[in-house]
Design a protein around this ligand. Structure first.
Ligand SMILES: [Zn+2]
Length: 190
């Protein structure tokens, strides 16, 4: 899983983020709240996404059950990212249960111990997303994955800022909000 710099869905550039965190970020961003485009409406959409991301190979196809599981996982991960934004650390309802359903096991090689999917196919792909969150938590980048403060946007982004205080995604939401606030102040002043 290399650092991802390809297109945003459908066609904006994806900013840099550490490998594992980009996997989670891009999965959450399959639901683009701003455009209303959700790539995971059907099992075929899930299959296509996982294939494009290199998480699923061969002729395996996602089932309706896989889709339900993916949507559940995406919802709880999004909730966790919202909590990061608000600096909350209270448990996310359903997060524990959703990750418990991902079948992973511990392996050990010359590179040391690591988590791997226990089952093949789509189950493995979903497990890899959970493992990516685990790796991000271990390398300390997890709390930097957040949801944009703009209600119209709600895009998942990686906060590169030194003090971890960035509130907006990389697509100019902060600037838009700033100029809106400025216009409002000017109106109020005149
Ligand atoms: Zn935004």
């Amino acid at each position: 899983m290399a650092d991802v710099v390809i297109s945003r869905f459908p066609d904006l550039p994806r900013p840099d983020a550490p490998g594992p965190i980009a996997v989670v970020r891009d999965f959450v961003n399959t639901d683009d709240r701003e455009t209303g485009v959700d790539r995971l409406v059907t099992a075929a959409g899930l299959t296509a996404y996982l294939q494009e991301e290199g998480l699923l190979q061969g002729s395996v196809r996602a089932s309706r059950r896989d889709l339900d599981q993916a949507l559940e996982l995406r919802a709880v991960l999004r909730a966790a990212l919202v909590a990061h934004h608000d600096g909350r650390s209270d448990p996310i309802t359903g997060l524990g249960a959703a990750v418990e359903r991902l079948e992973v096991h511990l392996t050990w090689s010359e590179d040391g111990p690591r988590l791997e999917p226990r089952r093949p196919g789509v189950q493995a792909a979903l497990a890899r997303i959970g493992i990516a969150a685990h790796e991000a938590a271990r390398d300390g980048t997890w709390p930097r994955l957040k949801i944009c403060s703009s209600d119209a946007c709600e895009w998942a982004y990686f906060d590169h800022s030194k003090n971890q205080s960035r509130r907006w995604c990389e697509y100019g939401c902060g600037n838009r909000a700033k100029s809106r606030a400025l216009r409002a102040r000017r109106r109020a002043a005149t």
